[in-house]
Structures are given as structure tokens and as C-alpha cells.
Design a protein around this ligand. Structure first.
Ligand code: ADP
Ligand code: ZN
Ligand code: ZN
Length: 726
């Protein structure tokens, strides 16, 4: 028999299927990881098909050396998904396969956790001398209590005593495999919840459905998570499994605790702050079927589950569902194909669906389900818009409007909590020379360095390289160095001059473990203030927060991105959703220099429909998705000449394509990437925009062009509607 094998090797030249002979004595299956000869080396590969004969010269075919695992690592559906992703996103098969095998599983460094238990092997204690008191005590202890862990016994009676007993074979060791199941540091009280009519209708429709994407549009606090939980309960009843994706940032301990309350150890969590041992064990619990629900960020869609009955993508509008480094893919598309393969429903849930998803729902490709009320029947908080220009005219040039400061002191007087949101999309606290405009940049990456006050260092956020901070400008020798954008630290400093209450700060500089502690402490401290970036916008459920301040709402409008307005709307809605979640009413103060912008009117009225209409219209007249496709061909390499040469060849071919499809092309241009160099690679790109009409044909031709141009030491990626053009 012949096995078709994809070799696990990172060179674009070998991204195809190779045939190997299966040795008679070996039982090789589809999905198996095998060891194969490749050139002069021996490497890993994955069997993706088994057939009777090969089209290649049989005398040249080599034999599979060995099978690496007891069970196949990939299922047939996973193999199908790999081929789909290759064709859909222009990926290499070896890269897509790796998505299913997290490093802890692939590299074999993490082992199963074995605990040694000790049990009595004989009742005859006579062989022990009276002097060996500890040995006797240990034996009596074991006789009374039954088997005990070796480490515990060592602690109680001493290592030498236990070893002596082992030597005399009075006791024996039993090895027991145990799972390192992540513990939850947060507990939420179990509430008995009776679904309201809208919720239970949603659960019924979804639970009865076969393959179908649903867009679950529900205002913040409408009980979407309860809908997911109840749908998953129905899935388990049918003996099936479920995946639930959340943005990494909103996989809060609270969320996790809710799922643990509902499902116990049937839930496995795949989260970036797990230890390697925990990640390994959670993956294996899913693989073995011990756990049947996987919760995690984007990559959890590749969890080793069979027989899927439901896929949920929570906060579906979130950017993190686009993978922006190799392998680049869009999770919605992957999830949709996986749901199709399993003939099961897919739920995309959000209070602020992306324009694309809502558009697809309007066109009937997704089925729209709406939850229009908050589960606690409370009104959504009132959003007050404050015009910062008129603040300046009346003499206030500070960060905060007097309106906001008033609300804040009332909030504190009432012993409540406030959250202050600093909109920092695309902005960092960078240093700049006041005289000549010089901004320090990373030598390897050519991006602005970020100033970190704590350790007085400049850091590159792309490669983590550190630089000493500046006191004089290296270009003009001036010593007037100042900060760029307003940062969270600055806001905390200003506030602490005015208010004598605990002020907490959360941004990307806070490390992940601390992050939970800060939220927990904030949760238990009233009155208090939490200042933060995007991180505080999502998912948190604090009962005592009555005031939310949005300091500089316009920041995300300045970002040079066609989704800037959409993201502003989403941010405002998400942040506002933090206020007034329990008994007390909530209030939001939004500071802007453009109070008349429609995004503020629509978001303060919680009018998604009006926002969608207006924004969709803008997209249509300015030729942006969902009406067109934006494609980016990215060419990377360490040798700039080689990169340019490759870029030019691709560009010339795409130009011919443009002549062939002249009425489809809106735009075609080749350029340096804004980030010209990252981790030693020079970066160039070709950007093009095409109408939706012959897009599948054109995209597939572009893939063919890029496929032909593949060469050593050059990486070529093609992205469809990239979220980030840096
Ligand atoms: P969403 O995910 O839409 O933001 P959640 O599912 O987190 O909403 O629900 C918000 C709050 O309302 C939670 O505290 C939840 O326990 C509660 N809740 C949800 N549904 C109900 C219900 N039917 N009855 C009472 N409380 C509910
Ligand atoms: Zn200068
Ligand atoms: Zn760098």
C-alpha cells in the first residue's frame, strides 16, 4: 500500500504530497504521524491518504520508517480542513497541519504527569527492626489509610524510610496518570436561570438546526452567554461535542467559572496563560473524549474534537479572529467549513456585529436572531456626549471635562466605582524631539519605540528589543524630548492629584498574571477607579460600576483604516456595556472633538440599525468591503534585492491580469510596507482592490501567479481583506 504524506518541513519548495510505501508489518492509518526518509534526513510527516498504487516510479519510492504515535493525530475532517485552508487562504499544507498540533504536543517535550502511589505489599512487618520507627509508622499509616502518594509519605516519614520499605518490598509503587486541569482563581455563585422568551426561542431554533450559520445579535447583557450554555447542553445530550471561541482578552476567569459551573470537567480550556503541562493535558482530555467542550481563543477552532454539534464564535466582530501572521486565515471561514463538514450550526454572537457579518445576514447567508432586552430588564446606561472644543473655549485645557469630573466625584461620594477608558488604537506613548521631530525607532523593525516608565526603557513591541531612553536628541542634540499620545499612566497621575481613592491601571504593560489580580482587587474595592485601554472594554461583569468615562473617543477615528468608524462604534458600545450591570443605574460620559459625527449619535442611541445603514452606504460609495475585495500580496525576505526582484515579477503578472479584467480592478499598486523591516525581514506589498463579480476567478489566478514565483528565502503571502496593512 502507498501512503500520501505531507512532510513537516518549513520550505515553500516542498509544499506538496509525497508518496511512500507502507511496510507490510505496519498498520498505518490516515492522520498518522510517521517518520520518513527525506533527502539524506529523517523527518516527520502526516499521512493524508492511503491508496493501492503510485503514479511515480515504484523503484524510486521509499518506505515509511515508523509510526510515531499510538493513535492518528489528525482526523479525516481535519485533513479536509487543511486542504480547504490551503486553497482558501493560499497557505502551505505543512503550516495548516501544525495548527492542529500545538507545540507542546508536537515537540514531545512535555510528558504525561504520573503520580507514584505507594501501597502495602505484605502484612508481615516482622522483618523490621524496632529501631526503624519511621518505617513502622509508615506501614501502620498505610494499613489504616490505604494507598498514599509517595511524595506525601516522604514528607511524613522521610525519604530514607520509604526507600528502605521499597527495597524490602514491603510496599510497592503504582503509577497513576493524572491530568493537570487548570484551576479557576475566581468563583461565581451558581444562579438558577430561567431563560426568557427570546432566549429560549433562540436556543430552540439553534438546537434543532443542522448546518447553518446564525448571527446572534443581542445587546450587551441580553444573556447571549446563557444561550450558548443552553445550546451546548443540548449538544451534549445528543452525545456530541462543542467548540466555543472567545477573544483571548475576554476569556476572563468569570466567563470560565460560568462554564465550569455549568459543565464541570467536561470543559477544557485552551488559554495562553496555561502552563505547558496544563495545555498538554487539556488537549489530551479533548483528544481522548474525556472533555467534550473546548473553550479558547482563535486557535481553539483546531481543538482535537470529533463529532462536533456546535461551534460558537463570541464577540464575532473582534479583530483577533483574523490571524495576522503566518498562517494567515479568517476564523469565521474556517469555522463555517468545519460546521459544514460536521453538519452542525455555527453561532456568531455580538452586541455589535461586524458590517460584513450583518450584511451577510441581511442577504440571507446567515440567519439573524435578535435579543433586544437586557436580561435584568434594566435600561442601557445613558451616554452623554461632551464637546471638548467648547471645554477648551471655556478655558479647560486638561484631559477631563468639568462634566466628567463632576460625575466622577458624585460616583465616588456614593461609594461606587468608575471605569475610565483610554482609546489607544494604533497609538503608543512614544518619545519625540520637540525641535526636529525625531522619533526613536527599532533598528531591526523600523517601528517607533515605546517608552516604559517603570523601568525607564524604550522597547520595541514587535521584537521586544530594549533601548536606553533618550535625554538628548541624537539628530539635533536638543534636550527638549517630550511624550506623544496621552497614556494610561498620565491619566492615573492626573486623577490621583484630585481623588483620594484607590486607582487601578490595566494596559498591555501589565503582565497576564497580575491582570487577574488587579481585576479581582478592583472588584472588591469601593469606591475606586479603574483606568485602562481596550482591555477593559470587554466581558467584565462588575456590579458596582456606575460610571464609565471615554476620554478620547476620536482616537480610533484617526486611525488610517476603513474600519475606523465601525471600530469606534463597537468600542463605545462595549465600554458602555460595563456600566450599571446590577441594581444601580449606569452612566457614560463620552468626550469628543467631533460631537456631530454620526457614530456618536448612533452609538449613544444604541441604534445599531441606523449605524449599519449609514456605514454600509459609505462603504459602497467609497468602494470598500463588503462591496469589494482588498487583496494584499506580501513579499518578505532578508535580502532586499531578492525581495524587490520577486515583487517586480509578481507585479508584472498581476498587471497583465488587470488588463484582462480591466473592469474589475479599482486599484493596483506595489509599495514598501509601512513597517519596512520586521525581525530582519524586508517587507514589500502589492495592494489591489477588485469589485465583487469575478472575484473568485481573479483571486485564484493571483494564487497561481504567487505559487509560480515561490523561491527559496522569500516568503509570499496573500491576504484577502487584511485587517492591518502595516
Ligand atoms: P451577554 O453575554 O449577552 O452580555 P450574559 O449572558 O453575560 O449576557 O448575561 C448578563 C447577565 O444576566 C449575567 O449576569 C447573567 O447571569 C444574567 N442573565 C442572563 N439571562 C438571564 C435570565 N434569563 N434571567 C436572569 N438573569 C439572566
Ligand atoms: Zn531633534
Ligand atoms: Zn524591533
Amino acid at each position: 500500500m502507498i501512503a500520501e504524506v505531507i512532510v513537516d518541513i518549513m520550505s515553500s519548495g516542498v509544499d506538496r504530497v509525497f508518496d511512500y510505501i507502507i511496510p507490510e508489518e505496519q498498520n498505518v492509518l490516515i492522520g498518522d504521524r510517521v517518520s520518513v526518509p527525506f533527502g539524506s534526513r529523517q523527518i516527520d510527516g502526516f499521512v493524508i491518504n492511503i491508496k493501492q498504487s503510485s503514479n511515480y516510479d515504484a523503484t524510486k519510492l521509499k518506505y515509511i520508517i515508523s509510526k510515531k504515535d499510538a493513535q492518528p493525530l489528525l482526523t479525516e475532517n481535519m485533513v479536509r480542513l487543511c486542504f480547504y485552508m490551503k486553497q482558501k487562504f493560499f497557505l502551505r499544507l505543512a503550516d495548516t497541519i501544525r495548527l492542529f498540533l500545538p507545540p507542546v504536543v508536537r515537540n514531545g517535550k512535555v510528558k504525561e504527569k504520573i503520580i507514584n502511589y505507594i501501597y502495602l505489599n505484605s502484612d508481615d512487618f516482622g522483618a523490621i527492626s524496632k529501631k526503624a520507627k519511621n518505617q513502622l509508622k509508615a506501614l501502620l499509616y498505610l494499613k489504616e489509610k490505604g494507598k498514599q502518594s509517595q511524595s506525601e509519605l516522604n514528607k511524613l516519614f522521610g525519604i530514607s524510610a520509604i526507600n528502605a520499605l521499597l527495597e524490602k518490598e514491603l510496599v510497592k509503587i503504582e503509577e497513576v496518570k493524572t491530568s493537570r486541569i487548570p484551576k479557576n482563581k475566581f468563583s461565581v455563585t451558581k444562579k438558577e436561570i430561567i431563560l426568557n422568551t427570546q432566549q429560549s426561542e433562540a436556543v430552540d431554533i439553534i438546537s434543532r438546526s443542522k448546518y447553518q450559520p446564525f448571527l446572534l445579535h443581542g445587546v450587551t447583557g441580553s444573556g447571549k452567554t446563557e444561550v450558548y450554555i443552553n445550546c451546548i447542553k443540548n449538544v451534549l445530550k445528543k452525545g456530541k461535542t462543542a467548540v466555543m471561541l472567545v477573544p483571548e482578552i475576554s476569556l476572563t476567569p468569570q466567563m470560565f467559572a460560568r462554564f465550569r459551573n455549568a459543565f464541570g470537567d467536561t470543559v477544557a480550556i485552551l488559554h495562553s496563560s496555561l502552563s505547558n503541562g496544563e495545555r498538554f493535558d487539556e488537549w489530551n482530555r479533548l483528544k481522548s473524549g474525556e472533555a467534550r467542550i473546548a473553550i479558547g481563543a482563535r486557535s481553539c477552532i483546531f481543538a482535537p474534537l470529533e463529532n462536533l454539534g456546535l461551534i460558537v464564535i463570541d464577540e464575532e466582530h473582534d479583530n483577533s479572529y483574523y490571524s495576522e501572521s503566518n498562517p494567515r486565515y479568517h476564523t469565521h471561514e474556517v469555522a463555517r467549513y468545519l460546521a459544514y463538514l460536521n453538519d452542525c450550526p455555527l453561532i456568531l454572537g455580538s452586541a455589535t456585529p461586524s458590517i460584513e457579518s450583518y450584511y451577510l445576514a441581511k442577504k440571507g447567508e446567515y440567519r439573524l436572531i435578535q435579543l433586544t432586552e437586557r436580561a435584568n430588564k434594566k435600561e442601557l446606561p445613558n451616554i452623554e456626549i461632551v464637546d471638548m472644543l467648547s471645554e477648551i473655549h471655556s478655558g479647560n485645557t486638561g484631559i477631563f471635562s468639568s462634566r466628567f469630573l463632576n460625575e466622577l466625584s458624585t460616583c465616588i461620594k456614593n461609594k461606587k466605582q468608575a471605569m475610565i477608558f483610554i482609546n489607544r488604537r494604533g497609538f503608543s506613548s512614544f518619545l519625540m524631539c520637540k525641535e526636529c521631530g525625531y522619533v526613536p525607532k527599532c533598528e531591526d523593525c523600523d517601528v517607533s519605540l515605546v517608552f516604559h516608565k517603570e523601568d525607564d526603557m524604550l522597547k520595541c513591541h514587535y521584537c521586544n528589543r530594549r533601548y536606553r531612553t533618550l535625554t538628548t536628541c541624537p539628530k539635533c542634540k536638543s534636550s527638549s524630548i517630550r511624550f506623544g499620545a496621552v497614556g494610561t499612566q498620565r491619566v492615573v497621575e492626573e486623577l490621583s492629584k484630585i481623588f483620594d481613592v484607590p486607582i487601578f491601571r490595566l494596559d498591555n504593560d501589565v503582565n497576564k498574571n497580575n491582570y487577574i489580580n488587579i481585576l479581582e482587587t478592583f472588584n472588591q474595592t469601593s469606591p475606586s477607579i479603574l483606568v485602562g485601554t481596550q482591555m477593559i472594554a470587554k466581558g467584565h461583569d462588575f456590579n458596582n460600576v456606575t460610571l464609565v468615562g471615554i476620554v478620547d473617543a476620536d482616537m480610533s477615528l484617526y486611525f488610517s483604516d476603513y474600519k475606523a468608524i465601525e471600530r469606534t462604534f463597537q468600542l463605545i458600545t462595549q465600554v458602555s456595556g460595563r456600566a450599571g450591570r446590577s441594581e444601580s443605574e449606569g452612566k457614560v460620559v463620552l468626550q469628543t472633538y467631533y460631537p456631530k459625527h454620526f457614530v456618536y449619535r448612533c452609538s449613544s442611541n444604541y441604534d445599531y440599525g441606523a449605524f449599519f445603514k449609514k456605514e454600509l452606504n459609505l462603504r459602497e460609495v467609497s468602494h470598500f468591503p463588503p462591496f469589494v475585495n482588498i487583496l494584499r500580496i506580501l513579499v518578505l525576505g532578508e535580502d532586499e534585492k531578492k525581495v524587490l526582484n520577486s515583487l517586480e515579477k509578481i507585479y508584472n503578472e498581476v498587471k497583465l491580469l488587470k488588463e484582462e479584467y480591466s473592469s474589475d480592478f479599482i486599484y493596483l499598486h506595489a509599495m514598501k510596507c509601512p513597517k519596512k523591516r520586521l525581525q530582519k525581514n524586508y517587507r514589500y506589498q502589492i495592494l489591489l482592490r477588485i469589485y465583487k463579480k469575478n472575484e473568485y476567478e481573479i483571486i485564484s489566478k493571483i494564487y497561481d501567479i504567487c505559487d509560480k514565483m515561490k523561491e527559496n528565502k522569500i516568503s509570499i503571502f496573500v491576504e484577502n481583506d487584511p485587517q492591518n496593512l502595516s
